[in-house]
Design a protein around this ligand. Sequence first.
Ligand code: UDP
Length: 231
Amino acid sequence: MRVLVKLSGEALSGEGGRGFDPERVDYIVKEIKSAIEEGFKIGIVVGAGNLFRGVELKNLTMTRADQIGLLGTVMNSVYLKDIFERSGLKARIYSQIVNLPDVERVNYDSIESALRENSILIFAGGTSNPFFTTDTAAVLRAQEMKAKLVVKATKVDGVYDKDPKKFPDAKKIPHLTFSEAMKMGLKVMDAEAFALCKKLGITVKVINFFEPGTLLKALKGEDVGSTVVPD
Ligand code: UDP
């Protein structure tokens, strides 16, 4: 089965952190490795919150700030490729925005052959455009690698009716549709990502990635996290 895993930049640094935390990155490698060993075909879209987010660069024009954010996703992708390969995994980076020796243009034939050889596909550079997020990129790249599932790796074990950190009575919603999530104003993904999921029939699973073994459980269809389905 093919799956796209969306990692936020902070997955590499720790919450609120900057740069790379080697322990965190080792953990990511371990979780992805166990999925590859079980035969899952993995694509990754990584954010850049550990380096730069466009919205945080408030003194810049948004188009420029977002280009800096996009470049951050490329840095994270190059970092991940190296760490995956040092762990004995194969990994290839695809992007439309840079010309670097380790980065290939998105090419569907190349993606297919990379998946045949069990390479991890790392998609860098978001959607290639400012004004989007890497959540939207995750859905776009999922479709391009013919995956019908996006796993959103978070630090919360699913979707809640209100912020479980602020409200002790927050209730987990294990199954919902994109329309329900939108109506309830739940911040699972941005509206553009949802719209694309609905159009393409892609399911999103929100999991607590930092609970060991949860990624594999989610891929095996076990009842972890929350599942958001097209209506
Ligand atoms: N970005 C962009 N277009 C995209 C994806 C990302 O301009 O298609 C920029 C944007 O500035 C964003 C940054 O890259 O803030 C990092 O992405 P994101 O905020 O999604 O990262 P995450 O919060 O998941 O770490």
